[in-house]
Design a protein around this ligand. Structure first.
Ligand code: NAD
Length: 484
């Protein structure tokens, strides 16, 4: 058993923090650990703290919690630091998007070819990149042996930035590969008998291997896709793994795009709302359209309020025990029905001793510390894993972890050349441009990003949109950085 300290930065992201806490509660090998919850929003922090303590109590888990608004307190003596903060919050993204659209950049200047995810900003997200870089440097200074588990986006850019410039143990972690589970479930296969691999870069991963009982099972996916795309009707804006866009990308690239990769195709699927609806289905046109993103934001706001209500209930009823589903429903009675249902299901899943959350952070910690070998999909420097991609580019690949560290599986069969040439190389170039801008502070690099954007019609448009974004309150440091 190894009692450690785990720091969670941006812990006010309640649903995420509770997933990690519930995994810790179910991991006997990490019993006795201290979780340091860090956030700048005290209300969110207190709510998460209350709920985390309640979870541990319900499980009878030996965990301790502390709260702090100071990053260094969370890092000090930690063995693992999970960073899930979002500097400026979603409202900053909306401000940038509004300015961008005024100048003709539908869904914002940061929505770029192969990077259409609406909270994955790489051009105008200086404050987020800077904060994450500073946290990594603080780890090097204060807890040089600690692992940084980077959960906040943009995971691709941040993993590259940090692994290249700060000598600490670090991986980028995303749960996008669970798209494979969705395919397995839809096919009605026994997951234990499926052997699969994904490879690529974060939000750009491809199902390179899909075997069932030792035989190639891609033909099953072909059949399933044919059926699914006929009269495709998504159940929610995220429901795109078996959508027309996924099928079209599969046909062009030769392998299935997995998870958020489906959201990250070329402009073919994203020119405007009408195009998005054609490919991602009605009524939303996928989660990254103006309609889909509003659905998601409204839902997140509902969930945050409901979480606060549950936390308040426990604050006022210190001796209250695990709530029945009925009483939980009563506390969050004002919440919309479908959100209420989803939230109740999530909370009860997290409380189910037989299930893990699906997040990989605690599994990795347990494998490294207690030698419980586990297969994971992580972001780390390529170092020859995908031939043709530079060693220092962070790739998202299948690995296993144990007491000796993280070990890469051979990608077999290899990624098709088409995926590398038409998708990964151009996406990698955009990551390099974002890092070139951030590391040099040269505004001309930001300009070049937009000069090469098909939505740009004049240089004047580029200058004006950047000027207005740089003038936003909160962007003082960014403005200074790019005035060198
Ligand atoms: P959110 O705004 O709901 O939560 C982020 C939290 O960060 C808030 O509680 C906020 O108060 C806090 N925060 C802001 N500035 C901070 C600072 N300087 N120090 C400490 N905390 C600070 O955002 P969210 O929707 O939960 O998303 C968080 C991040 O996680 C985003 O980058 C998102 O894209 C990413 N994300 C990653 C994955 C993945 O699998 N890797 C999945 C979903 C979301």
């Amino acid at each position: 058993m190894t009692a450690i300290k785990v720091g969670i930065i941006g812990a006010g992201s309640a649903a995420f923090s509770l997933r990690l806490v519930s995994d810790l509660c179910k991991t006997k090998g990490l019993s006795g650990s201290l979780v340091s919850l860090m956030d700048i929003d005290k209300d969110r922090l207190n709510a998460v703290h209350m709920l985390a303590m309640k979870f541990a109590e319900e499980f009878g888990a030996d965990l301790r919690f502390e709260t702090t608004t100071n990053v260094e307190d969370a890092i000090k003596d930690s063995s693992f630091v999970v960073n899930t903060a979002l500097v400026g919050g979603h409202s900053y993204f909306e401000q940038v998007r509004k300015i961008s659209e005024k100048y003709g950049y539908y869904r914002g200047i940061d929505s770029q070819e192969f990077n259409m995810v609406s909270d994955y900003y790489t051009i105008s997200n200086f404050n987020q990149l800077k904060f994450m870089h500073d946290v990594a440097k603080a780890i090097e200074r204060i807890s040089p042996k600690a692992w940084l588990l980077q959960a906040a986006n943009p995971v691709f850019e941040l993993t590259n930035l940090i692994t290249r410039t700060v000598p600490i143990n670090m991986v980028g972690i995303c749960h996008g590969h669970h798209g494979v589970d969705h395919i397995i479930e839809k096919l009605g296969l026994d997951a234990e008998k499926v052997e699969w691999q994904v490879a690529g870069v974060n939000h750009g991963i491809w199902l390179t291997k899909f075997m069932y009982e030792g035989k190639d099972a891609y033909p099953l996916i072909d059949e399933l896709l044919e059926k699914e795309v006929e009269n495709f009707k998504p159940t929610n804006p995220f429901d795109d793994q078996l959508s027309p866009v996924a099928k079209d990308m599969y046909e062009f690239y030769g392998k299935m795009p997995i998870g958020d990769t489906v959201r990250n195709g070329s402009w073919k699927y994203h020119y405007n709302l009408e195009t998005k609806k054609k490919w991602f289905g009605e009524p939303w046109g996928g989660v990254d359209s103006e309609l889909g993103w509003k659905w998601y934001q409204d839902r997140q706001a509902e969930i945050a309020i409901a979480m606060q209500k549950v936390a308040k209930y426990f604050q006022e009823n210190k001796n209250a025990k695990l709530l029945s589903k009925d009483s939980l429903n009563e506390i969050i009675s004002q919440t919309k029905n479908d959100v209420k249902e989803e939230l109740t299901k999530e909370i009860y899943n997290l409380l189910d001793p037989q299930r893990k959350s699906g997040e990989q952070h605690i599994l990795l910690a347990n494998a490294l510390l207690n030698n419980e070998k586990v297969d994971l999909v992580l972001n780390l420097p390529n170092n020859g894993t995908i031939p043709g991609i530079p060693d220092d580019v962070a790739v998202e690949i299948p690995v296993y972890a144990d007491k000796d560290g993280i070990h890469r599986y051979k990608i077999d069969p290899p990624l098709p050349e088409r995926i590398k040439k038409m998708y990964l190389y151009p996406r990698i170039m955009r990551m390099e441009w974002a890092l070139e801008a951030f590391l040099t502070g040269d505004k001309k690099v930001l300009e070049e990003f937009l000069i090469r954007d098909p939505r740009t019609k004049s240089y004047d448009q580029v200058v004006k949109v950047l000027e207005e974004i740089l003038a936003l309150p909160g962007n003082e440091e960014m403005r200074k950085h790019y005035s060198k």
